[in-house]
Design a protein around this ligand. Sequence first.
Ligand SMILES: [Mg+2]
Ligand SMILES: [Zn+2]
Length: 435
Amino acid sequence: MRKIRTAVIQAGGKGTRLIELTKDEIPKPLIKIAGKSILEWQIENLKRYGVEKIIIIVGYLGYEIKRCFGDGEKLGVSIEYIEESNPLGSGGSLYFLKEKNIGDDFILIYGDVMFNINWNRMEDFHIQSKAYATLLVHPNTHPFDSDLVALNSKSQVENFLLKGQKRERWYKNCVNAGVYILSKKIVFEMGKLCKLDLEKDILIKYAGKGVLYGYYTTEYVKDAGTVKRFYEVEKAFLNNIPEKRNLANKQKCIFLDRDGTLNVYKGLLADEEEFELEEGTIQALKAINQSEYLAIVVTNQPVVARGMCELEDVEKIHRKMTTLLGNEGVYLDDIIFCPHHPDKGYAEENVKFKIDCECRKPKTGMIDSMVSKYNIDVKQSYMIGDTTVDIQTGINAGLTTVLVHTGEAGQDKRYDISADKQSKNLLEAVKMLLV
Ligand SMILES: [Mg+2]
Ligand SMILES: [Zn+2]
């Protein structure tokens, strides 16, 4: 029996940016996407995970929502409404929940976010971490125009980097998706009824205190808040991509090598200034992002073990990579690297990382961990890389392999093997795989 049975949906917004779709006659959550309103899609996904009590906070044109859904009987759930006579921001109206039976923890979502997620996983994460609040975080196609979250190694929220705030030149594409599990403690700690922003006025108080967590997922979550995004979301739903990306289902993945595959090969790379994307990488990732496949980087970075740089420098290179990609509307679902190297006895080396690990390619440790984290089916997944080490890794892991003729173009000749497929570059490889 799951513990979380209640979801609160913030449906009071005006939806000004979608006026050409709403014609100002319906509120944003009633816009139809692939045949159903946003609210219907949301409630359907929640109900599948036993969340059958829905509280909708209505404001602008709220009577249209009530007219559509009534007490929820037609959808097989029970619906209650909270009426906001004056706009109270994204957080102020939560005050009314003090009088509602919401359980110890409840789900909170915005009425313009389209998603298809496995709530059991997020609930387990929330309960195990004993969080006051869990925010669903992920990389998205417009991090420059989104609220970012900085997490520490325990997935605790250290701080918020809100849109419009000045940020570092290179940053991690880790976006707050507008999907939460909150403890009722947050509601009971609210002082008085007034206009409040959920992030800026409420959640930020808990940041850096070890009680706010980020739940990272590759599942489909996207706000349909602009006309352009609305059409992207509709296309994805018509192609059933959100359901396929629900982690309850086996995932398909394209594992990608980094140097010489995604970015120009320059030998060992220790300085982010040297990092430069390969031609076609943006278009290749765009195609993967719009498909049912995950895009995950698996890379050996012995630069750390060799003492050429610190772990933080590798992270910095990855922040540059995700910023460059994010600026062009594409992202990687995850990045994993091996900082180790087996052979000891060199000057300058960092002995701590000089180990014969299980993650250095062609061993499969990195792929194995991603396979279990994201429920990946290796038989339906690929490894794309520019060296025989990448191809040997793919073979060891049971993946179909593609050698690209960029970077080292297979000339490392470490293993006497041939790839299942060959391709001029990443873009051509992805086009071939996604036909
Ligand atoms: Mg390479
Ligand atoms: Zn390793």
